[in-house]
Design a protein around this ligand. Structure first.
Ligand code: F6P
Length: 343
């Protein structure tokens, strides 16, 4: 077979590890040929490709980013875009395309399969861990580790200065990174998009903690966290050209309010894209390798319109359609565990 691969959406630790495993399984087990499309769907439309071989992928297992480059955007945004994708597949003699992407790219993959019958399989990627249908996405574990390492460091400086540290982590629609890193890092409070926060309650808990002579606190905030309507003024949201809400900054508002209402010295740390950069953890390298091998197997099973997912200890196929239009929210039971340790 001849198989095309692309990486779409925001980058994520482990993309190269997935590509490497696809290529290894393709070349060494099936005797297949793999080509990579550069810069996601742009590369498919413009036919910008590079050969992917065991040799060219050597040394990439621990490397962050993606050797293929990535971009947001969809062929459905361009007049005749989906037809052009079909033409690329035909003209390059491809039997399949493997799309390694998040909610956006996998939704595009699903539509291309359902509406145009294209032979596509998916691999779920995002540090946010918010894709429905899989227990976990690759990159999430690495982001949690990065955030936890940062929180560990912030504890000692917070204790030295008797400060409140407000740590903002990624998570536009779901608070998986915040909840996991909050539990792992021993946070005083965790604020997530799924549960609107009450700033009075946050300040009350921090004050109660001070009364018990605990003068240093770590408040972990997911970037998509929102106050209970009408309780706190936040700036109007802005959007990028793909309609994604531009976040980052809720921690500033929260820190300002904490300082003003309690008088406690408060500082903000925004981890931002540090959470997406650099080498994947060992756990993610294993998950990526399993996903990549399984994706090639799925291609040979002609599992078009499906993605590989993690269920318990297994990697299995699931229809792409299960994730379209949905967001996997933080499990309330998990949040309950985090909240046992609040203030
Ligand atoms: O990968 C998902 C995500 O990490 C979100 O949590 C975040 O809001 C977004 O990407 C930011 O991505 P970019 O700055 O690349 O648009």
């Amino acid at each position: 077979m001849r198989v095309g691969v692309l990486t779409g959406g925001g980058d994520c630790p482990g993309l190269n590890a997935v590509i490497r495993a696809i290529v290894r399984q393709a070349e060494r087990v099936y005797g297949d040929e793999v080509i990579g499309f550069l810069d996601a769907w742009d590369g498919v439309l413009a036919r910008k490709t590079m050969p992917l071989t065991v040799e060219t992928m050597r040394g990439t297992l621990p490397r962050g980013g993606t050797v293929l480059g990535t971009k947001r955007g969809s062929p459905f945004d361009t007049e005749g875009g989906p037809e052009e994708v079909a033409a690329t597949i035909a003209d390059l003699g491809l039997d399949a395309i493997i799309v390694i992407g998040g909610n956006g790219s996998l939704t595009v993959a699903c539509r291309l399969h359902e509406q145009y019958g294209l032979p596509i399989v998916g691999v779920p990627k995002t540090i946010d861990n918010d894709i429905v249908g899989t227990d976990v996405t690759f990159g999430f574990h690495t982001a949690v580790q990065i955030a936890t390492d940062a929180i560990d460091r912030l504890h000692t400086t917070a204790e030295s200065h008797d400060r409140v540290m407000v740590v903002e982590v990624m998570g536009r629609h779901s608070g998986w990174i915040a909840t996991y890193a909050g539990i792992a890092g021993g946070a005083t409070m965790v604020l997530i998009p799924e549960i609107p926060f009450d700033i009075d309650e946050v300040c009350r808990r921090l004050s109660a903690r001070h009364e018990r002579n605990r003068f240093a606190s770590i408040v972990v905030v997911a970037e998509g966290a929102e106050p209970v309507p009408g309780t706190l003024e936040v700036e109007e949201r802005t959007y990028d050209r793909f309609g994604h809400v531009l976040l980052g900054g809720i921690s500033e508002v929260i820190a300002r309010e904490i300082a003003a209402r309690t008088g406690f010295e408060t500082r903000v740390v925004m981890l931002g894209h540090i959470q997406r950069g650099g080498t994947p953890t060992a756990y993610d390298r294993v998950l990526c390798t399993r996903f990549g091998v399984a994706a090639m197997d799925l291609v040979h099973a002609e599992g078009w319109g499906q993605m590989v997912v993690a269920r318990g200890n297994e990697i299995v196929p699931a229809p792409l359609s299960v994730m379209v239009g949905k967001t996997k929210r933080v499990d309330p039971e998990l949040y309950k565990v985090a909240s046992v340790f609040f203030a």
